[in-house]
Design a protein around this ligand. Structure first.
Ligand code: NAD
Ligand code: ZN
Length: 342
């Protein structure tokens, strides 16, 4: 089969022919129809420090996908050939304390599809049945292909009660914009999003997030009087990984504010801990999606009208993958979806 492989420990990905994976008794073999490019894939392409530490070479990459089941293992129940599916990209161990307590997202031994085990930039992907998620007929292939990042946004945004709350989102990448849209849909009062890239803020406004801030020109506090806020934000969703963004958020939180951190900082940095302490902030780290509460909530939100299709800026055939990565590199793309049949 064709697959995008990290074949060499250097910059790039290569389209190669590799064997079709063989499903074990508990596995499902999926024919991939659409693949989306994640920021993580760009790190793997760039072969940065994190990728060098994390990714075994050679490896089939990719983890955002939608496809169709073509084969099921002998012990698989509840799935059938022909079913449309996506899947959870974190494969959990099932035997650590958290897994046994039913909190799979807190597994200590998580493997990452396309990061530490064979991924979905391939004609066929083999996944344990426990990771496979059926996709309802009224959800399109391309939306199902971006359920992984949408799940990150749902997990982060729904970490706290948002109804009637004022919410600050730092970073208007795909996940930040999704987070802001979810906050609005579930009933937040004011939703403000920040970025240093005006194109990203423009896209956020097109997606219905009316309050946007150029973080290189103004702070979150600056916008408060203009939009009728006096005290501070109740909820903060950090979606940039940028130190100045997090510092700005901490400064603009109200006492007792709740902050969820999804953005991954490239290096450690300082913050003013006195603000955290004297404002009595709650800070929560987020990794991946809750398995599978996030998936149920995400499917319900999409079926209830959450439309993130406008975040897909590039739709290309898989053989044009290099142009997709180029658009991710130069910041012109939000989500790139690649079609395996095109
Ligand atoms: P992205 O890189 O497309 O978006 C980040 C945005 O932050 C960009 O638009 C960038 O311009 C903006 N930004 C940079 N500096 C800023 C500043 N000072 N103030 C405000 N915005 C600023 O990434 P994404 O795909 O949307 O993902 C968001 C973040 O979440 C990334 O850091 C990513 O690595 C991380 N992530 C974490 C998990 C997890 O499980 N924790 C999963 C996926 C992604
Ligand atoms: Zn575990």
């Amino acid at each position: 089969m064709k697959a995008l492989v990290k074949a060499q420990p250097e910059t790039g990905l290569w389209m190669e022919h590799v064997p079709v994976p063989e499903p074990g008794p508990n596995d499902v073999l999926i024919k991939v129809k659409k693949s989306a490019i994640c920021g993580t894939d760009v790190h793997i392409w760039n072969w940065d420090e994190w990728a060098q530490k994390t990714v075994p070479v050679p490896l089939v990459t990719g983890h955002e996908f939608c496809g169709e089941i073509v084969e099921i293992g002998s012990a698989v129940a509840g799935f059938e050939v022909g079913q449309r599916v996506s899947g959870e990209g974190h494969v959990i161990c099932g035997h650590c304390r958290n897994c046994r307590a039913g909190k799979g997202h807190l597994c200590r031994n998580t493997e990452g599809v396309g990061v530490t085990r064979a991924g979905s930039f391939a004609e066929y992907l083999c996944l344990p049945q426990t990771n496979v998620v059926p996709i309802p007929d009224d959800i399109s292939d391309e939306i199902a292909a971006i359920f992984d990042p949408l799940g990150n946004a749902v997990h982060t945004a729904l970490s706290f009660d948002l109804v009637g709350e004022d919410v600050a989102v730092t970073g208007a990448g795909p996940i930040g914009i999704m987070g802001a849209m979810i906050a609005k849909q579930v009933g937040a009062r004011k939703v403000v999003i920040t970025d240093i890239n005006p194109g990203r803020l423009e896209l956020a406004r097109e997606m219905g997030v009316e309050h946007t801030i150029r973080a290189d020109q103004e702070s979150l506090r600056d916008i408060m009087p203009r939009i009728g806020m006096t005290e501070g934000f109740d909820v903060g969703l950090e979606m940039s990984g940028a130190a100045p963004a997090f510092r700005d958020m901490i400064s603009a939180m109200n006492n007792g504010g709740r902050v969820a951190l999804l953005g991954i900082p490239p290096a450690s940095f300082e913050i003013d801990w006195n603000k955290v302490i004297f404002k009595m902030l709650h800070i929560k780290g987020i990794y991946g999606r809750e398995i599978f509460e996030t998936w149920y909530k995400m499917i319900a939100l999409v079926q209830g009208g959450l439309d993130v299709s406008g975040l897909i800026t590039h739709r290309i055939g898989i053989d044009e993958f290099a142009s997709g990565f180029e658009a991710m590199h130069d910041g012109s793309a939000c989500k790139v979806v690649m079609d395996w049949d095109a």
